[in-house]
Design a protein around this ligand. Structure first.
Ligand SMILES: CC(=O)N[C@@H](CCC[C@H](N)C(=O)O)C(=O)O
Length: 376
């Protein structure tokens, strides 16, 4: 691993054990072991479900600075040929949370070894991919007692080179809502369609109609996404399906548009019920609040990084990704930024392989920023 730090090895070990939201038991144990191996004099550690809070006492604190890393993986079968490929065959760190954790551990180690004046709160948060850990963590008694004065976080960005970050003041990520639709009709013999209400046909019609929400109901100057990522239905090739299920996600830049998208989903589903003589139920699952970067703190961070020669700052546009860190930023001023990791495969791809050089780049950049911001 050449000159790379121990946090690259830690990332690889975490990469091997991805776990889904609120099932991050091995991950939590691994993180706790690593945190407990640090000098403990300045640390106070509390667990919350599968997450962890670590408070680091500063030398002369005037504020509490929060830093959040998400810790869950995705239900994806990994298709890389890495020596440290996931040991959990149907789960993968395909959104970089292994990077987020190892960077947070690196920054924590740096703050323990070189204390800053201010107190710090490290938040290892479960279930970012769903159903959402940030909002309940924010409402927990622990965080109510340890409410940071400012907070920040990063997300890896495969499309940017290593040694770059991308960020903008104001809106960074979209409002999101999951979408689950169950359709139930009358199944039967494949040769007797006139005696059935085929839910495969109804589901296909609904998928096509859902596409008209973005193209026909949302102002073209606004932005929205309706994606159906999974369809299930039927049992065998020569039986007409009695049930079908669509699973997807909706994204909007404005919260008003999310209300409109949901209304249109309800109307289209009603139309399918009438048109295909079936019963449907809609579950909007979990929804995430937009990620909004507080202007002043974000600009100060951008200026700070720009003045360091090691990392370049790109001013980016908003993305339709979602992040439940948006809930934390709704209540606490702060920011999120993209960390360039230069991978030909994007987030949520089974071949995602971020460049590990970005780990030490990020640790050093954030540690420097904390020496500046936390010693003011
Ligand atoms: C950064 C990122 O990729 N976040 C996820 C968040 C998913 C939230 C929820 N499960 C949904 O699908 O709406 C994303 O897909 O943007």
């Amino acid at each position: 691993m050449g000159n790379r730090s121990q946090f690259v090895a830690i990332r690889r070990e975490l990469h091997e054990i991805p776990e889904l939201g609120f099932q991050e038991f091995k991950t939590q144990a691994y993180l706790l072991n690593t945190i407990q191996a640090l000098p403990q004099e300045r640390l106070e550690i509390k667990t919350w479900k599968t997450g962890i809070f670590v408070r680091v006492k500063g030398t002369a604190p005037t504020k509490l600075i929060g830093y959040r890393a998400d810790i869950d993986g995705l239900p994806i079968v990994e298709e890389t040929d890495l020596s440290y490929v996931s040991k959990h065959p149907t789960q993968m760190h395909a959104c970089g949370h292994d990077f987020h954790m190892s960077i947070a551990l690196g920054v924590l180690t740096s703050v323990v070894n070189t204390p800053i004046k201010d107190d710090m709160l490290f938040i290892f948060q479960p279930a970012e991919e769903g159903p959402g850990g940030a909002e309940p963590m924010l409402k927990s008694d622990i965080m109510k007692a340890w409410m940071p004065d400012m907070i920040f976080a990063l997300h890896i960005a495969p499309e940017y080179p290593v040694r770059t970050i991308a960020i903008k003041p104001g809106l960074l990520f979209a409002n999101t809502s999951e979408l689950f639709i169950d359709l139930k009709g009358k199944g039967g013999h494949a040769a007797y369609p006139h005696e059935t209400n085929d839910m495969v046909v109804a589901a296909c019609a609904l998928v096509a109609q859902l596409q008209t929400i973005v193209s026909r109901n949302i102002n073209p100057l606004d932005s929205a996404v309706v994606t159906i990522g999974k369809i299930t239905g039927g049992t065998v090739q020569n039986v007409i399906a009695e049930t079908a299920r669509l699973e997807g996600t909706m994204r909007t830049l404005s919260s008003e548009s999310m209300v409109k998208v949901k209304e249109r989903v309800k109307s289209l589903v009603k139309g399918i019920e009438v048109g295909y003589s079936c019963e449907c139920s809609i579950d909007f699952g979990s929804g995430y609040y937009q990620v909004y970067n507080e202007e002043q703190i974000t600009k100060e961070f951008m200026d700070f990084v720009q003045n360091q020669t090691e990392v370049q700052v790109h001013l980016c546009t908003e993305a339709m990704t979602g992040e439940d860190f948006g809930y934390m930023l709704k209540d606490i001023p702060g920011f999120m930024f993209w960390l360039g990791v230069d991978s030909p495969y994007g987030l949520h791809h089974s071949k995602l392989n971020p460049n590990e050089d970005a780990i030490d780049v990020a640790i050093s950049m954030i540690a420097n920023y904390l020496q500046f911001k936390g010693n003011k």
